[in-house]
Design a protein around this ligand. Structure first.
Ligand code: RFL
Ligand code: PHB
Length: 391
């Protein structure tokens, strides 16, 4: 097979880029390891920043998001049982976020690719990247049953998440990896219940962090901080609800509607950046190049900013013969990536209970929260980062 841009990974990053490029007449093939049902079964992000929503509209995929997504002008932080609101609109100069699930957004992207006859090949095995930094154009191979298939292309996009093969194709002498692993994870539960609060609540509590989020007015998403040694089997639904209530303000816990979980999973928390994000004709995007702990809701949104830069760089290359965007991609993307790393680390540090924190660390954490709500500048910093820094 032959294409202009071969995209590895049919998650939100890969699908969005494929759709945007197709609308400009640039041909792509997307290779995805799993089935579509598997990709859509992963319950992940819920909060989209304005820039991402704009990109979805530009990709002609924003209709359902605009109809069914909820605009949120603020969220709440509960500090050991006391609720304080962060007014995003006031402190970000008029911006807000959209609550719309990654599952729904990915479904919209798949449907858009179907409609335009986009090539998305599922269940591919043994994806290998070749000649990425050679005088000859690159190609990608994969196994389809007993057959090895080959795709010749101009560029390879590594949008294959944290565990994919693309980043690993960059030689060790070139690649630099920066990592911070946190000593806890998030246990998440999705339930067909009315959300406990119209806005998200991020709860700091001595028993551990908790988050009340939602997908719609009939679908709630809750998380609690758990030790890394815990497994999903350790947590019955009853135990989860009981622990969540203990970490919320009393009046919130009292109105929490509980019910059977329809999904329950544990995600370890990690910060990770790989540099550079370009090597020869390979470009990394999204979780393939960087991971954040979910506390600031930045992961998918940062993937979207990579796609924004990459999309414009590819369009300039193919339609204007201008390679400046491609040359500047890694530096531009990383400058924004590191700011979202900083913000996600800050919120994670401020809101979680660290098992090795000494009394001094605990006092600093309390002072951080105190400062946040006593300083207009600190509130602006929080809001401006949460609604998304400009691309
Ligand atoms: P993905 O979604 O991991 O997709 C990569 C795709 O590549 C495929 N793949 C391969 N394909 C072919 N060959 C191979 N060898 C392959 N290996 C892998 C995979 O099957 C997959 O389909 O990466 P992408 O597209 O870059 O998207 C990134 C986002 O998924 C991620 O950043 C967010 O989900 C992070 N995140 C959140 N981000 C936000 O912006 N806001 C949030 O509110 C938010 N909440 C979250 C989150 C992530 C969470 N978890 C579970 C990590 C909440 C949670 C709990
Ligand atoms: C979610 O709804 O899954 C969600 C929302 C906000 C976050 C993380 C996850 O910060």
């Amino acid at each position: 097979m032959k294409t202009q841009v071969c995209i590895i990974g049919g998650g939100p990053s890969g699908l969005l880029l494929s759709q945007l490029l197709d609308l400009k007449g640039i041909d792509t093939i997307v290779l995805e390891k799993h089935s579509r049902e598997y990709v859509l079964g992963r319950i992940r992000a819920g909060v989209l920043e304005h820039g991402f929503a704009e990109l979805m509209r530009e990709a002609e995929c924003g209709e359902r998001m605009d109809r069914e997504g909820e605009t949120h002008d603020g969220f709440e932080i509960s500090d050991n049982g006391v609720l304080k609101r962060v007014d995003l609109k006031t402190y970000s100069g008029g911006s807000s976020v959209i609550v719309y699930g990654q599952t729904e957004l990915t479904r919209d992207l798949y449907e858009a690719r179907d409609k335009r006859g986009g090539k998305v090949i599922h269940n591919v095995e043994d994806v290998k990247l070749h000649d990425l930094n050679a005088q000859t154009p690159p190609f990608v191979t994969y196994r389809d049953g007993d057959d090895i298939r080959r795709i010749d292309c101009d560029f390879v996009i590594g949008a294959d998440g944290f565990h994919g093969p693309s980043r690993k194709a960059i030689p060790a002498g070139v690649l630099r990896e920066y990592e911070k692993v946190y000593p806890f994870g998030w246990l998440g539960v999705l339930s067909r219940t009315k959300p406990v609060n119209p806005e998200l609540i991020y709860a700091r509590h001595e028993r551990g962090f908790a988050l009340c989020s939602l997908r719609s007015q009939v679908l709630s998403r809750y998380y609690i901080q758990v030790p890394l040694t815990d497994t999903v089997e350790d947590w019955s639904d009853e135990a989860f609800w009981e622990e969540l209530k203990k970490r919320l303000p009393e009046e919130v816990a009292a109105r929490l509607e509980t019910g059977p979980s329809i999904e329950k999973s544990i995600a370890p928390l990690r910060s990770f950046v790989a540099e550079p994000m370009r090597w020869g004709n390979l470009f990394l995007a999204g979780d393939a190049a960087h991971i954040v702990p979910p506390t600031g809701a930045r992961g998918l949104n940062t993937a979207a900013s990579d796609i924004h830069y990459l999309y414009h760089a590819m369009v300039d290359h193919y339609l204007k013969g201008d390679d400046t965007g491609l040359e500047q991609y890694s530096g531009k993307a990383l400058a924004r990536v590191w700011k979202t790393q900083r913000f996600s680390w800050l919120l994670t540090s401020m809101l979680h209970t660290f098992p090795d924190a000494n009394p001094y660390d605990q006092k600093i954490q309390a002072a951080d929260i105190d400062y946040l709500f006593s300083s207009e500048a600190a509130k602006s910093m929080l809001a401006e980062n949460y609604v998304g820094l400009p691309f």
